[in-house]
Design a protein around this ligand. Structure first.
Ligand code: ACO
Length: 353
């Protein structure tokens, strides 16, 4: 009996195997930006009335003077702040909400794990049918989002992408823990990114990093079994942020300048050639130290932590929007975004905006 010739497999069948499509890479522009912060301002003196702290201690160690705090009774929540920031960005970009293909939200304080907050935000602004997902990278959420959105747009998969960074940290703060609760504030910022034929615009280089072995230096346990072995289940509160401040400080003080240097090296750019450094606002001392190390003039390394505190995923996009509002980050400028945070995560994105 003659054996039948083997059927061509899916790998060898010439009908199935096609050459990969030719991709013409596109440029990416930041078409618009927006922000939203809660109305309530909490000063250091306000905190000193409810805990053993002082304006002097907080300013000296962190540079923070005040922060914003959501009042859920007034409807101020993560999805509300994100919707307002995105609506402002859409207006600023001069586009219609329906033009958005994808909404990426970097947040660790979304209301629920299902649905993603991004889905509700997309619906509330009228970005009907756009893809939407939440991205959890703590303070790096927005910079991770910029990395992802840039690549999706460059290859032509999406044309108009909204990247939002937002955290309502007040929801996960333990006001009995003065070492942590004085540091954070609530805020949302958003950017509209769009494909352009000008291929010089967009991310020049960027990268996302993580080292999960450091997770317990910054974490929000939900259940007892989330706790690390050395935490006492009887005294460690659930649902609030726990931070090993010294370890995080050590991590950030090393990673932050190393990441800037690495990104500059990869791009073949000198520190003074970057027009604006938009860095995560975790501590003014760290920002000042990096500024001095790289010889960056004060008007290029921007700081707003004094007014907003550490807004986690919201800090970088709020700063971006503030600078754009001041006429900075003009087309052609080189802008370095850098963030680091829980995970542990760290990420950079050097853009020709
Ligand atoms: N007010 C007054 N005193 C305080 C407060 C406060 N709010 N918090 C702590 N202290 C006390 C401590 O109890 C301690 O007292 P003791 O010496 O009697 O024990 C003293 O101040 C010094 O405490 P340290 O923790 O050693 O203070 P340090 O100089 O390390 O500064 C800080 C603390 C500012 C938190 C610092 O460790 C830091 O910046 N860490 C990084 C934090 C950070 O950036 N976190 C977020 C990054 S990741 C992200 O953004 C998600």
């Amino acid at each position: 009996m003659t054996q039948a010739a083997p059927k061509p497999s899916i790998r060898t069948n010439p009908q199935v195997v096609k050459a990969p499509p030719q991709v013409n890479l596109l440029g990416v522009e930041i078409l618009g930006s927006g922000e939203a912060v809660p109305t309530t301002i909490v000063t250091n003196d306000d905190l000193a009335k409810i805990m053993d702290t002082s304006d002097e201690w907080i300013v000296q160690r962190t540079g923070i003077r005040q922060r914003r705090k959501c009042d859920p009774a007034k409807g101020e929540t993560t999805s509300q702040l994100c919707s307002e920031a995105l609506a402002n960005a859409i207006k600023n970009a001069g586009i219609k909400a329906e033009e958005i293909d994808l909404v990426i939200l970097g947040s660790v304080t979304g209301e629920m794990t299902c649905p993603a907050t991004a889905c509700r935000v997309a619906a509330s602004v009228g970005a009907v049918g756009a893809g939407a997902f939440d991205l959890m990278a703590a303070c790096c959420g927005f910079v991770y989002g910029l990395n992802i959105a840039n690549d999706l747009i460059r290859v032509g998969s999406y044309k108009t992408v909204a990247v939002i960074g937002c955290d309502v940290m007040s929801r996960v703060l333990d006001y009995d823990d003065r070492a942590v609760s004085v540091l954070f504030g609530d805020a949302a910022g958003a950017a509209i990114l769009r494909a352009t034929e000008d291929t010089t615009r967009g991310m020049v280089c960027g990268k996302m990093f993580a080292d999960g072995s450091g997770w317990k230096d910054l974490y929000i346990p939900q259940r007892k079994w989330d706790l690390p072995p050395d935490a006492d289940p009887a005294t460690t509160k659930l649902g609030v942020l726990h931070m090993n401040g010294r370890e995080i400080y050590k991590f950030a003080v090393k990673r932050f300048p190393d990441l800037i240097q690495q990104t500059l090296d990869r791009a073949g750019v000198q520190p003074h050639e970057v027009d604006h450094y938009i860095c995560h606002q975790s501590n003014a001392r760290m920002l000042d130290a990096a500024r001095e190390r790289f010889g960056i003039p004060a008007d290029r390394m921007h700081i707003n932590i004094d007014r907003y505190g550490n807004c986690s995923g919201g800090s970088v996009p709020v700063l971006l929007h503030e600078l754009r509002g001041m006429g900075k980050c003009q087309p052609g400028d080189l802008v370095m975004f850098v963030a680091f945070g829980g995970g542990l995560t760290w990420s950079s994105a050097l853009w020709r905006v």
